[in-house]
Write a protein that binds this ligand. Structure first.
Ligand code: NAD
Length: 356
């Protein structure tokens, strides 16, 4: 299939490919839209089964970033990078530096950050080659791992969804959470603190053991987590979990989690609505990390950042109310609001660059 015929190609502004024989780097940067500002989005390092799968992921994730930043009212566009390969086998500082040179060539049109398979230490390697990177480690002028703040925003989104649908707080509420990585592990902590009854799963057994021991939660097999009888399903691993195969088997009242692109297609959001399942749009409630890194720099003010992240609760309530008023699904409601903020804008972002 040609790139522009890929169903995930959605008026993307630019898609760029690179490779570096010396370090084994094979990477793609997809820039969806820069009407509101430079395209900021994480760098995912994943062992894709094919290049086509990697391209599709980059296209879908970069589009999601445009919507995420627009809905959060940030002066940013949407982009994403993917590095192809198993990070546990091929990731080296030299490879991350080669990726940094790739980012530098785009001259600030794209700003990279951490995502699945990359860490603040990797951002520091990239920073040796380019200034167009955020999420650096604290001693290097960064705001550190964004996952903690992402998790806090996701928890607020889960709380809001619970109050809207179940008319109560999280005490005694059954949550099935998939993915105990950087974000999911912190989300579990917030939920347990609020008295939720949490069931977890991860394909990485070390992560499962750690969280089960720390919070005394129950673990189930990764193949079972999506189909738990529960109040809230919280996907915190990878995207596409709500699809034609899984949707009939879901036994939850709410879906609210950190993973990007949880709906395989927008129509799955309509189907969730028909089934009476409240869906908290992923890019709305997982925006904490991007809000945080947007304000990284010498004037970083954590209090200001946390106030903006707390806005996730109200934004979700507003989007759900808009969806109700217009009798549309929550994902269509948030898309409509985001689109009104990034389409047809003649936005001069020259002065809004995060880094000169
Ligand atoms: P991570 O790589 O640290 O964690 C992902 C976890 O999911 C890993 O522990 C992995 O083993 C597990 N996993 C993968 N496939 C699984 C499966 N089929 N079943 C069960 N577990 C599985 O990544 P993260 O930073 O925690 O991000 C999680 C999700 O949240 C991703 O979709 C990411 O794009 C999204 N997100 C992250 C941030 C952030 O600040 N890190 C911000 C916004 C969105």
């Amino acid at each position: 299939m040609g790139l522009i015929d890929n169903t995930s190609f959605n008026n993307h502004e630019l898609v760029s490919f690179t490779s570096d024989a010396e370090t084994g780097l094979k990477a793609i940067i997809a820039i969806h839209n820069t009407n509101r500002g430079p395209a900021l989005g994480g760098c995912r390092f994943w062992n894709y089964s094919s290049e086509e799968e990697a391209v599709t992921d980059a296209l879908r994730l970069s589009r999601g970033m445009t919507y995420k930043s627009a809905l959060a009212n940030l002066p940013l566009g949407g982009g994403k990078a993917v590095i192809i390969g198993d990070p546990t086998k091929i990731k080296t500082p030299a490879l991350m530096q080669a990726f940094g040179r790739f980012v530098e060539k785009l001259n600030g049109l794209y700003i990279t950050a951490e995502d699945v398979g990359t860490s603040p230490a990797d951002m520091d390697s990239i920073h040796k080659e380019t200034n167009h990177v955020v999420g650096l480690e604290n001693p290097n002028g960064g705001s550190g791992d964004p996952s903690i703040i992402t998790a806090y925003g996701v928890y607020l989104g889960i709380k809001a969804a619970c109050e809207k649908k179940l008319k109560k707080d999280l005490r005694g509420v059954k949550v099935a959470l998939q993915g105990l990585g950087h974000v999911g592990s912190y989300v579990v902590g917030h939920l347990v603190n609020d008295g939720a009854v949490v069931t977890v799963a991860d394909i990485n057994t070390t992560n499962v053991t750690k969280i089960v021991e720390k919070y005394q939660v129950t673990a189930v097999a990764p193949t079972e987590i999506l189909y738990q009888e529960c109040d809230i399903l919280s996907p915190c691993a990878l995207g596409g979990v709500v699809n034609d195969t899984t949707i009939d088997k879901l036994k939850c009242k709410i879906i609210a989690g950190a993973a990007n692109n949880q709906l395989a297609e927008a129509r799955h959001g309509d189907e969730l609505m028909e089934r009476g399942i409240l869906y908290a749009p992923d890019y709305l409630i997982n925006a904490g990390g991007i809000i945080n890194v947007t304000f990284e720099g010498p004037n970083y003010d954590k209090t200001k950042v946390m106030k903006l992240v707390e806005g996730i609760y109200d934004t979700l309530m507003e989007v759900l109310a808009y969806a109700e008023q217009n009798n549309i699904s929550s994902n269509r409601a948030s898309d409509a609001i985001a689109e009104s903020r990034f389409l047809n804008l003649d936005y001069n972002w020259g002065t809004n660059r995060l880094r000169a």
